[in-house]
Design a protein around this ligand. Structure first.
Ligand code: CS2
Length: 491
């Protein structure tokens, strides 16, 4: 079977598959964007949007995509000239070959080439999906100067290993060469992601060169954005499905649902891809959309992940088959999440939330709860804890949100007891707490709450939260033994 690449692209058109017309006959757009973090989400979302923009309006918006350490994506996509398939799996299935990626670099091994790309005048945007931990922030949202990667990069002894260190070095080169900064766009599930990125870059620059920091204050644009599309990890079943449908071998296709949304703060330079025509929403109220998405999608997602893993449920769709669990989540949404924020005027919260639960039921997508459970110490402060803080301040209930946090604590204990890997940058610390747990809810919860990196000073010391969390933990301990978990009795 032929391999997907520039040569085989022309023949694919005959299979009824959508192909990047701007790349037919060997034409390649020049690189105008560097993206850090070439995971499935980026390839199903931002890369696809830029591809769609070039399908509609052309332009030199090829992407150089950068992996900080791992060689996997480069080994898979470089032999394919950056081409890969997006399989949209929903009520209808469709396949699209995406052509926006022009090269894949590994920062660790191709550092000089990466710096050259980032410093080039032709690079107008740097986008990133580096996950919450990639920003190296502390619980106050500032750059964590004690983070080992940041410490190492600031010492200047070796090439930078953090995305923040890499980007500031390139920005310094641009300043010296009289080239304006690139527009830096965070595409991660962080509240105020653009502001946090901008702060991290400027705070890092302050440690290196006060002049550079001032120049960035004056010139650096970091729009906030909300990104959304459920994109589970690729598996062999998908590779096989794609090769059967396209009669071609694709080393690393991507699967996602048909829903896709990108809402960006309306402050981008004029010279940009035709993202608007490709469906990107530009608005001055990203925070409203971001709150709605983090609270109505990511919070239920993580809640289901921890509760589901405890109950040995495998996927989101499986969890949605448990009527009691769904009722629990619905009650959480209605009584505790919806009252916690103001949605943008144009968003019908009830319909939006119902639609999210429908997306969770997509039978064509196997989204592992264990994957969503990764990095809880980084995700909870973005998607659940701010709701709890807000509800305490407003005198609103926090019972079911406390159940979700208690489930996270018990999930860590489960990983410890079963000696399974805990994927989390704070794994060592959290597993040490799990090791000392005794089923004495008061004591166990006090230990978890002492992790300030997660709970911050305020929630760590909040009595209302502590009481509610202790009760939830006790309730979960008592129901998890049941054969049929009485989910509704949890609130
Ligand atoms: C999920 C998200 O893994 C997770 O934490 O909640 O990746 C979720 O699928 C996306 O944010 C959907 O846009």
């Amino acid at each position: 079977m032929k391999q997907l690449n520039q040569d085989s692209l022309n023949s694919l058109q005959d299979n009824g598959v959508s192909v990047p017309e701007y790349r037919l006959n060997g034409h390649n757009p020049e690189i105008g964007i560097v993206h850090i973090g070439p995971g499935a989400f980026f390839r199903g979302h931002q890369s696809w949007y830029t591809h769609t923009a070039m399908q509609l309006a052309g332009g030199d918006w090829g992407i150089s995509c950068v992996s900080m350490r791992s060689a996997g994506v480069s080994e898979a996509l470089n032999p394919q000239d950056g081409l890969y398939t997006v399989a949209v799996l929903d009520a209808d299935t469709s396949y699209e070959v995406v052509g926006s990626i022009q090269e894949v670099l590994i920062a660790k091994e191709q550092y000089q080439a990466l710096q050259a790309r980032l410093s080039s005048e032709k690079t107008k945007f740097v986008t990133m999906t580096i996950t919450e931990k990639g920003y190296c922030l502390n619980s106050e949202g500032n750059l964590d100067l004690n983070n080992p990667d940041i410490k190492q990069d600031l010492s200047g002894e070796q090439q930078a290993c953090s995305a923040i260190g890499v980007l500031v070095e390139a920005l310094a080169t641009r300043q010296k060469a009289g080239i304006a900064p690139f527009c830096a766009m965070s595409c991660d599930n962080l509240t105020d992601n653009g502001k946090k990125l901008r702060n991290a870059l400027i705070q890092y620059a302050q440690q290196v060169d006060a002049n550079l920091a001032i120049w960035l204050e004056d010139n650096l644009i970091c729009p906030c954005s909300m990104v959304d599309s459920i994109t589970p990890a690729t598996d062999d079943a998908l590779r096989q499905q794609v090769s059967e449908q396209l009669s071609i071998t694709d080393n690393w296709p991507i699967k996602r649902e048909s829903f896709v949304q990108w809402v960006v703060e309306d402050c981008l330079p004029a010279d940009k891809p035709a993202w608007k025509e490709a469906g990107v929403t530009f608005t001055s109220d990203v925070a409203g959309f971001e709150n709605a998405k983090l609270r109505l999608l990511n919070c239920p997602h993580s809640s289901m992940a921890y509760l589901g893993v405890l109950a040995e449920i495998e996927t989101v769709n499986d969890a949605m088959q448990q009527a009691g669990l769904v009722k629990f989540i619905q009650k959480m949404i209605e009584s505790e999440i919806v009252p916690s924020f103001t949605a943008p005027k144009e968003l019908d919260v009830v319909a939006y939330s119902a639609d999210i639960l429908k997306r969770f039921r997509n039978p064509a997508i196997r989204h592992l709860l264990s994957q969503i459970a990764w990095d809880g110490s980084q995700k909870l402060p973005m998607r659940i804890l701010p709701i709890i803080e807000q509800n305490i301040a407003d005198g609103n209930p926090i019972e079911s949100l406390s159940v979700a946090i208690a489930a996270w604590c018990l999930f860590i204990r489960k990983r410890y007891i079963e000696q399974e890997q805990l994927v989390d940058p704070l794994a060592d610390k959290l597993l040490a707490i799990a090791a000392a747990c005794t089923d004495d809810a008061e004591q166990d919860i006090a230990q978890f709450l002492s992790v300030k990196e997660v709970f911050g000073n305020k929630l760590s010391a909040d009595k209302t939260f502590k009481t509610s969390l202790t009760q939830a933990y006790n309730k979960l301990l008592s129901v998890l033994q049941s054969k049929e978990i009485p989910w509704e009795s949890l609130v």
